[in-house]
Design a protein around this ligand. Sequence first.
Ligand SMILES: Nc1nc2c(ncn2[C@@H]2O[C@H](COP(=O)(O)OP(=O)(O)OP(=O)(O)O)[C@@H](O)[C@H]2O)c(=O)[nH]1
Ligand SMILES: [Mg+2]
Length: 665
Amino acid sequence: MRILKGWGGAAALSAFHQALVVILINIPSVSFGLALGWVSLLSGEAADESDKGAVFAAVTTFLACFVAVPISAKIITYGRKYAVMAASACFVLCWSLKLVSVSASDGWMIGGRLAAGLGGTVAWTLAPLLAREMCSEGWCGAAVSALPLAHNAGILLMYLAADARIHHSTVIWSCLGVSVFHFFVFMFIPESPSFLAAKGKNEEARSSLAWLRGRSTNSPKLDAELKTLPPAEKGDESSLSRTLDLFRDRQRRWAFAIGFVAVMGQEMCGILAITQYAERLFILTRDRAAAVSIASAPEGPVLLATPARHALILGAVQIVASALSLYLVERLGRRPLIVGCAWAVGLSLGGAAVAVWAGKAEVAALAVALAVAVDAAGLQAAPYALLSDMFAYEYRGCATMLAMAGVCLGNSMDVIMFPVIVVHSGVAASLLTAAAMTLAYAVFASIAVPETRLKTPEQIYDAICPAASISPKLYTMGLMEKLSSWLGGPAAGREITILVLGLDHSGKTSLLNALRPPDRKVTSEPTLATRQDNFTFGGISVVAVEAGGARRVRALWERQYAAASGVLWVVDAADALRLAVARDEMQLMLEHPAMRARRLPLLVCANKADLPHALPPAQVAAALGLECVTDKPWHVCATSAVSGAGLTDGLAWLTRQLRDLHTDN
Ligand SMILES: Nc1nc2c(ncn2[C@@H]2O[C@H](COP(=O)(O)OP(=O)(O)OP(=O)(O)O)[C@@H](O)[C@H]2O)c(=O)[nH]1
Ligand SMILES: [Mg+2]
């Protein structure tokens, strides 16, 4: 630890702790991969069974998942940590039963599969939730995407064990050892800070966050992130009422529908079956090729390797690509990855189908390998990141649970449908079906899937389906995207007054100008008294009252205080010398009798962030003494009125706060 602290300070320690947590929360997913690999043809359990037996084995495992979804929903209400441990406990049971089944009847084996299904579902529902809650912004997409990587690693490990002909009981004992070890190690990992904050355990949340971010518990640097944690939940709301609440809001409903189809659809597209039944596919491909080539070339077809090795190569390709997806999902974003990969996988599978028809075994193998690689590099992981981005803490759990039920359904259909098509209509038909389904998914993704990386749920909802009160004619302004829209007159519903304050020359008029369509922009002369404008942010009608910041007109600010529901405080982040003046003015404003002890959201724009010497938001917050502001929710964002950058995030925060105030009152 000391080495890490010396080498890169808190950042290195934080990266180490977060990586450790991501690995540990995904160990049960590795175990699930191992269990599925064990069920597959290569590893033994179903090796002596007929086609029907192998399908039955996989279906038993997946059907157990349906039972596990409501169980998972219940366990996570007691704690994320206990749920991860429960997942490992299921795998301890699974491997123990499989150990008994080596020398006993099939009943034990089926029990083992059910336990794997239960543990696997708990692991799959928890890993994206926990990764999102424990990792910092900018890393959590990659952390969520580690789930398919862990799953693929489990399958590959089992394939390797089978290829190396390791004895069955040695394999089972090793798997059992991993689950037991994980169960005990996880006891020492802190609980999710979001979960603790939602339970009102703020001190524990602080310690947990401090450990995750590699800082001491009294570090002021934790304050900003602590403010983003969910507030303490009121009462014991059941999962069912939370789920009903999820569907009550039109925007959330749409977001869920898109996330659900994105997650379930990619599971249904056939890659699982194609990898799980890879060996069988390659045998059939080889036989088909042999039949064609016997007629034309007596020496037989050229094959890259044995069918079992083909499956192993596929597993290796998949794992490398899954590792790459961790980088791509943060670098490229969710949408380009989902859309691009869906088209590429669909076309590769179509190519593979044609190659099988033409009897080109090697081309088919390469096309399938390409499809598997592209699928693992993006299509498998990115929908999970998309789904977890779409919901705030309170709905993320039930949205993930419901999506997991869809995943179980998708997987079950996958493992039932594709082998049946292979047996009745041939490999080419099954590849063609998978290609058609993936291409249909690609069309859906191209039309419906939004970009969600580094966006708040409100921003995502506004991109998917603007709130009813927003004019359908949205004004799009470069990076501003669809967040803000201009309405000529007051929108329907209650209007909320936001004061736009700050020293002269800080950029108040320019920032509001960035939200106006070209024909409504005002000249950026110093504002003399006040200027009033109507805007709609995220469905809320806002009257923005901008007051001139020159010294002689600051005395007029207080006339506006009583009507204010929120404050947008603009500072020139590139003018360090005047920050002290801005601080004093802000203190005066906050201590005014009409403002003191009122729970008004305070959004501070650290403006002119485009200038080279602009201070980052954390330094602006420190210079303004924001840590002493305890009676108002506050947030600092770096903005540039020139490009509009940063304004979207800040306004989304303000909108969320205003919406909360609006619903509380
Ligand atoms: N580079 C850069 N310049 C900015 C930015 N925002 C505002 N400016 C410039 O700063 C100057 C002052 O901007 P205004 O928007 O008029 O400032 P104000 O806060 O409204 O000033 P008062 O009305 O006098 O209180 C103008 O020349 C703007 O072009 C920014 O984000 N980046
Ligand atoms: Mg002005």
